[in-house]
Design a protein around this ligand. Structure first.
Ligand SMILES: [Zn+2]
Length: 264
């Protein structure tokens, strides 16, 4: 499947520098599929939707031109061509664009839907932004257990979308966080969402900058699990599977590498 790598929201967290919101746009047999949405047009119209204090710290661009909806139109597609959105988790910088695709099915782990929408803890009430799903998205929840995928214990093929989409459970950043694996033809992409922030986590070098590592732990729902996830992802990276590229949401270098090596 052809995969476009989009930056759907430049952010500049204090002390960290420029980051992207790396979104996958997949041309599947069942129409377009997004992996995460980044920020949406509603966030650009009303930045308070993201949270005023958070905006001061994360410093998003809120540029309409960067929204998935705008970039999809630039590529010659329509809003209604997007049939599915698979989300890694429900943080505001990942699902801000859901309201731009109200007819799409939104795939998420059951645990994440529970923690964000049904029974949020106090921390989750502060963390998640209900206005981003106030339009009533068509949520499809997935219980993930049993199936293994490349060393990860719990994964699920998203057969509702078609072959080549796998949701891999990797809680830690949030309680129901997942990675999304996509078959891009010449390679598999593992979009690891916010399971790691910097390529140094995988390769051991260059070292992860101090403020990037601090930010990652500051926003982790379970720090121990985040550290365990780093170990597992680094193990997978060291295997150097020739047909696998591991990505994350916010690193500029990995985003640019993915774009430069994408099949056109
Ligand atoms: Zn994020």
């Amino acid at each position: 499947m052809k995969v476009h790598h989009l930056n759907c929201g430049t952010i500049r967290p204090t002390g960290v520098g420029t980051m992207v919101c790396h979104v996958l746009l997949v041309e599947s047999a069942d129409g377009l599929v997004l992996v995460d949405t980044g920020f949406g047009t509603h966030d650009c119209e009303d930045p308070n939707r993201f949270g005023r204090i958070r905006s001061r710290f994360i410093r998003p661009n809120f540029d309409r031109g960067e929204t998935a909806l705008n970039q999809i139109r630039q590529l010659g597609f329509r809003r209604s061509d997007v049939r599915h959105v698979v989300v890694t988790h429900f943080d505001a910088d990942h699902i801000g664009g859901l309201a731009d695709f109200p007819d799409a099915l939104v795939h998420v782990t059951t645990t994440e839907a529970f923690g964000a929408m049904r029974s949020p803890s106090i921390q989750e009430r502060i963390r998640f932004r209900p206005p981003q799903w106030a339009h009533g998205p068509r949520i499809v929840e997935h219980d993930i257990d049993g199936e293994a995928w490349r060393g990860f214990a719990a994964a699920k093929e998203l057969t509702q979308i078609g072959p080549g989409f796998v949701l891999v459970s990797l809680p830690g950043h949030t309680r129901g966080h997942a990675c999304v694996a996509v078959d891009a033809g010449h390679r598999w992409l593992l979009h690891a969402g916010d399971s790691f922030y910097h390529p140094g986590t995988l390769a051991g070098a260059p070292p992860v900058p101090k403020w990037t590592a601090r930010l990652e732990m500051l926003v982790a729902s379970d720090k121990q699990k985040v550290k365990q996830n780093h170990v597992r992802l680094a193990e997978l990276y060291r295997r150097q599977d020739p047909d696998l590229m591991i990505l994350c949401s916010h690193d500029v270098t990995l985003y640019e590498q993915a774009r430069a090596t994408a099949q056109t």
